[in-house]
Design a protein around this ligand. Structure first.
Ligand code: RP5
Length: 171
């Protein structure tokens, strides 16, 4: 709905769907801030060693909620099969991602230099998802375990043999 006299649009702009025709990697790694990058490098390294395709994006649930919604709601269409989301402090990112996708989401609570509880704050945030919106959670700064868990989820396949979209991985 719009109000021409005020020239104010009260409906949100549509989510961008650019790039949907391009096949994405199997695992999406998200972090809430550029300052989280170093803590998530073990996940990138682990997936790289296992030969599992992945992408890394900085997307904040609080500073760029529309970007998070766009990514999460289109990830499965691009072929992504598991999402790893690391965040510190209020650590809303894994939960918001899970709100927009049925893909398995693995949360990684991170220690932030600004954290008042050394990562316990992020841990409590990530594990306290409401019923119906699950997020798996590894240990504080457990990025490598998140990658290993993602690879084990992928190793289960996407359904019965021959199911369209089933990842053809040898792990
Ligand atoms: C969280 O706030 C991020 O995941 C990060 O761990 C923390 C601090 O972010 P910056 O202020 O360093 O960007 O949302």
């Amino acid at each position: 709905m719009s109000h021409p006299e005020l020239d104010v649009r009260v409906e949100p702009a549509p989510l961008g769907l650019e790039g949907l025709e391009e096949l994405g990697p199997l695992v999406g790694i998200l972090v809430g801030s550029e300052s989280d990058r170093e803590a998530m490098e073990p996940a990138i390294a682990e997936l790289g060693e296992r030969g599992i395709s992945h992408e890394f994006l900085v997307l904040s649930a609080h500073r760029d909620p529309r970007g998070v919604a766009e990514y999460a709601s289109t990830a499965a269409l691009r072929g992504v099969r598991v999402i790893i989301a690391g965040a510190g402090m209020a650590a809303a990112l894994p939960g918001v991602v899970a709100a927009y996708t049925d893909l398995p989401v693995i949360g990684v609570p991170l220690t932030s230099s600004k954290s008042v509880m050394g990562g316990l704050d992020a841990l409590l945030s990530i594990v306290q998802m409401p019923p119906g919106v699950p997020v798996a959670c590894v240990s504080v700064n457990g990025a490598r375990n998140a990658a290993i868990l993602a690879s084990r989820i992928l190793a289960q396949g996407g359904g019965y043999p021959g199911t369209p979209g089933r990842p053809t991985l040898e792990l």
